[in-house]
Design a protein around this ligand. Structure first.
Ligand SMILES: NC(=O)c1ccc[n+]([C@@H]2O[C@H](COP(=O)([O-])OP(=O)(O)OC[C@H]3O[C@@H](n4cnc5c(N)ncnc54)[C@H](O)[C@@H]3O)[C@@H](O)[C@H]2O)c1
Length: 335
């Protein structure tokens, strides 16, 4: 029988793609999501509707903060692997609504770690973020680099998650992998993120906001590559032997715990990214140049050697192809 996998944030962008992929491969998946209205709930409902069609999918609609509901879902489903993706995401929103981040990302994540401990999961995989690197100047970012100076409360909650996870992994020997995602994009993507906002703005002949006057770059990672990376890790829980094998600080010296970057390892300048969207849409953007947003980082770039060593992971999709695939979905979905 295939592993039973509990996925939080199953109606979210990454969670939806991961669930769908695993369901198609025959895994039994239980999704957990509050379906909150941080962005268009209809998009979350549409994703959920697709997952609902699979016989091997079950679902709980509730908040992570509701410890009883979460533990009930864990006890009923009895997962072997937990993939924790639900979170209040977004750097910019965290300036206006910091408390939401504490509830979802700190209390919620703590509840997931505790519930995973209680049912003795074989592997807990959790979403962290490239934003924990803050304004680090050592490029590309490596897992062993210092991550002490987060620039937003969103990033601070993700860094806190890494520390909480390590402590529980140490005390209870829970095998935990923390994944630092680098700007994930693709079909069914998030309406609060750049690609979605630029596309919507350009098509509606509206100004698009370009921060730091466009002088930034990101390691844009296509959703299929992220899903593939997570899948490769499911049966590769960290253990003590690996500590010697990889001899790297991303692995804990005392606990079955590791941190891994998951990115495309290519820098794409924001203006090149926009140029490609314009080219694909056959339409020019009306650009509104603005200063750097509070809390934002100017650059991200991943080193994924560790993930490669463990899984042979290879990120395949360049941004031009990724944008093309996103736009195809966008036009179909929004007609
Ligand atoms: N997309 C990216 O570029 C990116 C980059 C770095 C890290 N991440 C992290 O990856 C994970 C998934 O991101 P995403 O882009 O799919 O975001 P998303 O917002 O599309 O998905 C998150 C899902 O979690 C649910 N959720 C939020 N708070 C909840 C709560 N308290 N209880 C229950 N459900 C809740 C939401 O309803 C949503 O469906 C998040 O942890 C995010 O911080 C994403």
């Amino acid at each position: 029988m295939k592993t039973k996998i509990f996925i939080t944030g199953s109606s979210g962008f990454i969670g939806f793609h991961l669930c769908k992929n695993l369901l198609e491969k025959g895994f039994k998946v239980h999704g957990f999501d509050s379906m909150n209205n941080y962005y268009d709930v209809n998009l979350k409902k549409a994703r959920y509707k697709i997952l609902q069609k699979y016989k091997n999918f079950s679902f709980t609609k509730n908040k992570l903060e509701n410890k009883n509901a979460l533990e009930k879902a864990f006890n009923n489903f009895k997962p072997k692997v937990v993939i924790h993706l639900a979170a209040q995401a977004g750097v910019r929103y965290s300036i206006d609504k910091p408390r939401v981040y504490l509830k979802s990302n700190i209390i919620g994540t703590f509840n997931v770690i505790e519930a995973s401990h209680k049912v003795k999961v074989k592997h807990l995989i959790m979403a962290s973020s490239s934003s924990v690197y803050g304004a680090n100047k050592n490029i590309p970012f490596k897992e062993i680099d210092k991550t002490e100076k987060q620039l937003s409360i969103y990033a601070a909650t993700k860094k806190a998650n890494e520390s909480m996870a390590h402590s529980y992994s140490n005390i209870w020997k829970i095998p935990i992998t923390m994944l630092r995602f680098f700007t994930v994009y693709g079909p069914w993507g998030r309406p609060d993120m750049a690609l979605f906002k630029f596309t919507k703005g350009i098509l509606a002949n509206k100004k698009i906001d370009i921060y730091n006057n466009g002088k930034m770059y990101r390691d844009f990672t296509f959703i299929d590559d992220v899903v593939n990376g997570i899948k490769l890790l499911i049966n590769k829980a960290p253990n003590n032997k690996q500590i010697n094998r990889y001899n790297n600080d991303s692995l804990s010296p005392v606990a079955p715990f590791r941190i891994l970057n998951i990115g495309n390892t290519k820098k794409v300048f924001l203006l090149d990214f926009i140029k490609q969207i314009e080219k694909e849409l056959g339409k020019k953007a009306i650009k509104n140049y603005l200063p750097l947003q509070k809390g934002d980082v100017k650059q991200t770039l991943s080193n994924t050697n560790l993930l490669k060593k463990i899984t042979n992971y290879n990120s395949k999709t360049n941004y031009k192809l990724g944008i093309k695939k996103f736009l195809k979905w966008y036009k179909d979905y929004y007609k």
